[in-house]
Write a protein that binds this ligand. Structure first.
Ligand SMILES: [Zn+2]
Length: 298
């Protein structure tokens, strides 16, 4: 009996010793972000207190994403679900229903002033608000407030992480403006595949021309492409950029027919893999702005 008692004690001690790490993993806030750029922002603010799963990963196209049963399962056990909103993720409602998720859905773009574009006579909301760093600061404030609501004990951590991150975003915003302000007015125009840089262009004074609309869910028509080619020749647009989330063939054709050079690849709707040139939101800006300034400088 004595032996048995001791072994039970040993077992209890082992469980007790294992508890601190097991408890801290279980205590983490489980967040799901709809796409990689937002996932990075949540991770920056959440730090060690938050586990972030991202549905549409690096180089993925969130416009035309089809969630899998594994995505529904990941969402079902989450505490908070961060989405961009502005019509970016048309698959959210369906996924929410199929997963049975009952937690908080946080629209990171809440409070952003939306831009609209005219697409075939209809005003369409442009969802790519993160491409203006001033909007990125609004996203971060929304993420901070949502994490505090989900995990009040972490308030001071989230506030400190967010303050540091907001400073870094403000610094990057100044750097982007300084780099792009140096370009000549006549060179400040680029072509991209789909219309993902409207907020970027409005914030930083670059004219953006795109054969495809604000989503990638429909192809550009032959008439659209012919019109763009005339526009590029007339406006003497110096460079076209392929995007990592769209098929490059259309842009190759436009470059050939107009003589505009290919200025490289821009990250619009997704980050790169961790070892690529744009593994974080701020790295994405550094990469894009460097590619744009190189292509548009004399
Ligand atoms: Zn897009």
């Amino acid at each position: 009996m004595k032996f048995r008692f001791m072994s039970r004690l040993g077992l209890v001690a082992a469980i007790f010793l294992a508890l601190p790490s097991a408890a801290s993993a279980a205590d983490k806030v489980k967040a799901v972000a709809s796409f990689s750029i937002l996932g990075d922002m949540v991770a920056q603010v959440g730090g060690d207190r938050v586990d972030v799963a991202t549905l549409v990963g690096p180089n993925g196209d969130a416009h035309v994403f089809s969630p899998t049963p594994a995505d529904a399962k990941a969402l079902a056990s989450a505490d908070v679900f961060f989405v961009n909103g502005l019509g970016f993720e048309g698959w959210i409602e369906r996924l929410k229903r199929s997963s049975g998720f009952r937690g908080e859905v946080v629209v990171a773009s809440g409070g952003v002033k939306p831009l609209t574009v005219d697409e075939e006579g209809a005003d369409t909301v442009d969802p790519h608000a993160w491409q203006d760093l001033a909007n990125g600061k609004i996203y971060v404030a929304n993420i901070r407030d949502a994490l505090i609501a989900a995990d009040p004990d972490g308030k001071s951590v989230y506030e400190a992480n967010a303050a540091k991150y907001l400073d870094a975003i403000a610094g990057e915003d100044r750097a982007v403006k300084a780099a792009l302000d140096a370009l000549l007015a006549a060179r400040r125009k680029i072509i991209t595949s789909h219309d993902a840089f409207g907020y970027f262009g409005a914030a930083y004074g670059i004219e953006i021309i795109a054969p495809q609309g604000v989503s990638t869910d429909s192809e550009a028509s032959a008439q659209d492409v012919a019109k763009i080619i005339r526009q590029i020749k007339k406006a003497k647009v110096p460079a076209v950029f392929i995007e990592t989330v769209t098929d490059p063939r259309l842009l190759d054709q436009i470059a050939r027919e107009t003589g505009a050079k290919i200025g490289g690849a821009l990250y619009s709707d997704a980050l790169s893999e961790p070892d690529g040139p744009a593994p974080t939101y701020l790295d994405m800006f550094r990469h894009n702005v460097e590619a744009i300034t190189q292509a548009l400088s004399y």
